[in-house]
Structure formats: C-alpha cells, structure tokens
Design a protein around this ligand. Structure first.
Ligand code: MN
Length: 231
C-alpha cells in the first residue's frame, strides 16, 4: 500500500526493563474518579459507573519534555493520574478479567484547557477542545503489572516548582482499575495498545510558561513536564 501523504506516526511509551516500547492505539480518560476532585469542580460523583473522554494518540508526550503553552487558553491545568495499559484483548469482561488484562502501570499527566472545558460544560458541548490538547497526554516510563503489585494505598502526588499541589492515595479511587477496564469493555473491544488515564485527585490548578511540574506514585517511575512559552 502506498499513501498520498506520510502515514500517521506510531506513538509509544517506554517500559522499564524492555527494549521495545508500548504502542499507543487509543487513550481513554476517566472523569471524576476521586470524590475530593469532583467536589472542587463543583459536581457530584457518579458512583454507579465511570464516564470517559478521549485524547488522540498523537497527544502523547514523553515525561521530561517541554510543552509550549498551548493556544486558545488562559487557564491551562495539570492533572496527575495513574495510567494503566492493556496487554490482552477484553470485551464484556469481569472486574477480575479486567484487572488481569492490565500489562503495566505508569504516571501520567492529563493536561487540560480548563477554561475551554468549563465553557463546554456550561453550554452542554463536548470537552474535546478542553481535553484533546496537543501534547496533553504525558507519560512516564511504564512498570510491568507484576513488578508494581496491587493497587492499594500508594501515594499519588504532584508538585509545581517544588510546591506540593496534589497529595492523595490510590485508595481514594472511586472506580478501581479492574472495574474501569470491565466497564469500558461494555462499550469497546479493548486490546493491547489501549491506554487508560484513571482520573485525578483534588488540588488541580493552573501553570504558566517556565513552570516545572513533577509528580509520582509510590512504586512507579516519576513524571516531569516543563511549560515553555506560547508559540
Ligand atoms: Mn483527568
């Protein structure tokens, strides 16, 4: 097959201890998966089922990168998240099967044009302009599931210029990782290449050019992002 233009690049995430990288097929993101974050956004948590939005795979950016302050916003926010990636196909799976389908875990940042997201919410429009921002899916190197162990009370935290802004534990996740995979598998034939950002704890806020964002989750490689000037 020949193409009229360059075929899309495959975006990928490094995996600790592996020479090959994890190819990104789709990026699903869970909204409001920590009660304290939902409260700070002024909304109720839906405990019955998670809800989702997506980012384009080309939004993938490696930890340690410098991201130019994006166009169209005056309120660009960080969201520190636990990332899970799948290593087996699942469709209409159980919570246990969903958990077993997880290949690796990692630290991620769901960078958000909060002003555009809020405007979309107010007008009952889709969130794409707020959430599917170029370079807004930042991933640290992944850790194989067996090496990470069970999701329990690991600390999840984020700092801006060294000042702690988000500080919680994974016990605060409303919908656990197996539950999220099982729920999403009701709507999609999930398979290796599918990446899920599991939501952010309380303490989100804005960053400006020159800020350095760092974050971590116990047992996983830390993450870093530098905000550059607008282009
Ligand atoms: Mn998020």
């Amino acid at each position: 097959m020949s193409y009229l233009f360059d075929a899309p690049k495959v975006y990928s995430i490094p995996v600790k201890g592996e020479a090959a990288e994890y190819p990104v097929h789709r990026i699903f993101c869970v909204g409001r998966n920590y009660a304290a974050h939902a409260a700070e956004m002024g909304v109720e948590v839906d405990r019955e089922a998670p809800f989702y939005f997506t980012k384009t795979p080309s939004a993938t950016l490696a930890s340690g990168s410098t991201l130019p302050y994006p166009p169209g916003t005056r309120n660009f926010h960080y969201e520190m998240e636990l990332v899970i990636v799948l290593g087996a196909p699942v469709f209409r799976c159980s919570v246990e099967e969903g958990r077993k389908a997880i290949y690796a875990y990692g630290c991620g940042l769901d960078m958000t044009r909060r002003d555009l997201q809020q405007a979309a919410k107010d007008k009952q429009r889709p969130w794409d302009l707020g959430k599917d921002v170029e370079g807004s899916a930042v991933f640290a190197p992944l850790t194989r599931a067996a090496a990470f162990g069970a999701v329990a009370d690991q600390r999840i935290h984020l700092e801006v210029n060294g000042t702690v802004k988000q500080d919680a534990t994974l016990t605060e996740l409303i919908h656990g990782v197996g539950e999220v995979v099982a729920d999403l598998s009701k709507f999609y034939h999930l398979h290796p290449g599918d990446v899920i950002m599991t939501g952010t704890p309380a303490g989100v806020g804005p960053v400006v050019a020159g800020d350095v964002i760092t974050g971590g989750i116990d047992g996983l490689d830390p993450i870093k992002l530098i905000l550059g000037p607008a282009e």
